[in-house]
Design a protein around this ligand. Structure first.
Ligand code: BTN
Length: 338
């Protein structure tokens, strides 16, 4: 596993060099060394590393270095440059390669990571989906990240983390890709009959409040599995649906901006409004669905979610039942579980 490329402040030499080059035209090696408190050979070594990572850095005799192009890698300094939030995404750990951003975020949260801390990876060896499924994604094609939150909520409200993330992601995808997405209960984003993104929310309790919550999100930006894995659903990508590539960076930063705005509102006004937002994007509401729990199944008309995120079904025999998350297997387009 590789070490993350960043902590809170851009204190690492490569970050400092990039920060300086991205704000100026040509900068001499001597000026970089002097301003950043490094030796000339250290500047040269870090410039070489940056070039190996895909940055195009021009060098001209007598003028110095100039940043010409940045690779499509979600480096923390690039994310921060684009961010318009107070704390969502302000502390970042970025990996080129890791086991799972959720696993990394859990460990970081247990060590005391700040609210809004973000873990991003280009590739996951053990990307986790719900019910121990695998989340697949080739390196650099999609968006894979986990956000750490510390809401003062009882554990029963944990589902609102998923609600907040789904609504924010729907808005961000619509803005950046121009495609209409909906939420399929409990935590998938769909375009038509196909899954575009999945959310895996994990949490630790303290014991009667949430200690931290990890919201893990995988968005199929430029790649989707051709065949669903066992138990999985047919998938699609933004590239397929919008017919164009998008900026993963902009998608992520728009998500964080929407997420922070909704989170702040939930802290002042309570979480009730999130349910209304969720219902607005739901693709199951007013549709006939079959819910499975073990060997038993119920068929009915979906009527939204209750305060705990349970799906309300108007059953065929006229009874109204709420199915709580965790015990429910939902069959809508394809088998799905929470
Ligand atoms: C699902 O639909 O089953 C949920 C998938 C969640 C996948 C994301 S990818 C980033 C984050 N890290 C993980 O290991 N899983 C989530």
């Amino acid at each position: 596993m590789m070490k993350p490329s960043d902590q809170k402040s851009p204190s690492r030499p490569k970050e400092l060099i990039l920060g300086t080059l991205s704000q100026r035209d040509f900068v001499s090696g001597e000026a970089l060394a002097r301003e950043l408190g490094m030796t000339r050979p250290a500047v040269w070594k870090h410039i070489t590393r940056l070039r190996e990572e895909g940055f195009i850095i021009e060098s001209l005799q007598g003028k110095g270095y100039r940043l010409k192009a940045v690779p499509d890698i979600l480096f923390p300094n690039l994310i921060r440059r684009e961010l318009k939030t107070a704390y969502f995404g302000q502390t970042i750990r970025h990996f080129l390669h890791t086991d799972s951003t959720n696993t990394q975020a859990r460990a970081w949260a247990a060590e005391g990571a700040a609210e809004g801390a973000l873990v991003v990876s280009e590739y996951q060896e053990k990307g986790k989906g719900r019910l121990n499924r695998i989340w697949q994604s080739p390196s650099g094609k999609n968006l894979l990240f986990s956000l750490i939150l510390r809401p003062d909520w009882p554990p029963q409200k944990a589902f609102y983390g998923t609600v907040l993330a789904s609504v924010s992601l729907c808005r961000a995808v619509q803005e950046i890709a121009g495609i209409s997405v909906g939420i399929k209960w409990p935590n998938d984003l769909y375009v038509g009959n196909k899954k575009l993104a999945g959310i895996l929310t994990e949490f630790a309790t303290d014991p009667d409040r949430l200690e931290y919550m990890i919201i893990g999100i995988g968005v199929n930006c430029h790649w989707a599995p051709v065949e669903p894995l066992p138990g999985g659903q047919p998938a699609t990508s933004i590239l397929k649906e919008a017919g164009k590539k998008i900026s993963r960076l902009l998608l992520l930063t728009r998500f964080l901006a929407h997420g922070e705005a909704l989170y702040q509102r939930s802290q002042s006004a309570g979480v009730g409004f999130l349910r209304e937002e969720w219902n607005r994007y739901s693709v199951v509401n007013n549709r006939k669905v079959t819910l499975m729990n073990g060997q038993t199944s119920w068929t009915g008309l979906a009527q939204g979610i209750d305060e705990q995120g349970g799906l309300i079904l108007l059953l065929e025999d006229g009874r109204r039942e709420t199915f709580l998350t965790g015990d429910i297997h939902l069959r809508f387009q394809e088998a799905d579980f929470f």
